[in-house]
Design a protein around this ligand. Structure first.
Ligand SMILES: NC(=O)c1ccc[n+]([C@@H]2O[C@H](COP(=O)([O-])OP(=O)(O)OC[C@H]3O[C@@H](n4cnc5c(N)ncnc54)[C@H](OP(=O)(O)O)[C@@H]3O)[C@@H](O)[C@H]2O)c1
Length: 246
């Protein structure tokens, strides 16, 4: 039984990129489950502020914190702040995942560096800081990209796929490394979400997604909730993708 969010014994969830889109949905879901939610945003201060107000109106507890997670000093500052205000981290959701697809024959090294710094190094910085404040039994869930395990050449967005594959390797390493503390580390991997910048028209979606529709934020939230309640699952990746890239 999770204590009500207003109680200081309530568990603390930190969600990176939490102010908008999928991150916002996950924050709302976690707040409704009784987590005190720390919403980490980079630039979307208005979205983050309105989400805090929205969660509080619904009886939850939330706080917004600015950080560029691609900078380890920013991440340290953010978690130092969490140590002072919340005092613990029970759950980290690594949701940030920038996607600026370029053909691999024209992939700008600056884009490569930015993607790897944000999607992979940034996630590691957050894991490193969060685990220091995590009680035994804590959790990390990273958001990946469906199809990683059968990885094929992707000319468009190679930097993104490298970062997400690296995140899966990191997920499994951390799961093995921290199992003795019962810290579970898993991944949820969407395919084509209905807010995707690459979404095909409705009549063509079935060509890419065997189940014939784009994924919803609720589909991903449901998988996150499964993992929250699955004490024997660690080091796993769940594709929530309607068969995308099977
Ligand atoms: N959408 C899809 O179809 C799809 C498909 C497969 C996988 N995914 C994965 O699902 C996750 C969420 O996707 P999404 O489309 O909802 O994400 P998104 O809108 O692209 O990004 C979410 C948030 O990440 C934050 N962010 C970016 N760089 C940051 C940094 N350096 N430091 C801190 N925050 C940073 C941004 O915050 P600010 O706005 O505050 O700058 C942004 O609002 C990602 O990991 C993505 O790879 C999405």
């Amino acid at each position: 039984m999770i204590p009500a969010a207003g109680e200081t014994s309530a568990p603390v969830a930190v969600v990176t990129g939490g102010a908008r889109r999928l991150g916002r949905h996950l924050c709302e879901t976690l707040a409704a489950r009784g987590y005190r939610v720390v919403i980490v945003y980079r630039a979307s201060v208005d979205h983050a502020t309105s989400l805090v107000a929205h969660i509080e109106r619904a009886g939850g507890v939330a706080r917004a914190l600015q950080a560029d997670i691609g900078r380890s000093s920013d991440v340290q500052r953010a978690f130092d702040d969490i140590a002072v205000h919340e005092g613990r981290v029970d759950l980290l959701i690594n949701n940030v995942g920038n996607y600026n697809p370029q053909d691999v024959t024209r992939l700008d090294p600056a884009v490569w560096d930015e993607t790897l710094a944000t999607n992979l190094s940034g996630a590691y910085y957050c894991c490193y800081q969060a685990i220091k404040m995590m009680p035994d039994g804590g959790q990390i869930i990273s958001i990946g990209m469906a199809g990683l395990e059968g990885i094929r050449a992707n000319r468009r967005g190679a930097d993104y796929y490298v970062s997400k594959t690296g995140l899966l390797v990191l997920t499994r390493a951390l799961a093995a490394g921290y199992a003795s503390r019962h810290i579970r580390v898993n991944m949820v991997s969407p395919g084509q979400l209905d807010n995707s910048i690459d979404l095909p028209p409705p009549e063509a979606i079935g060509d890419e997604v065997p189940l014939g529709r784009a994924g919803t934020l609720e589909d991903i939230g449901q998988a996150m909730e499964y993992l929250l309640d699955a004490p024997y699952v660690t080091g796993a990746n769940i594709d929530v993708a309607g068969g995308y890239r099977l």
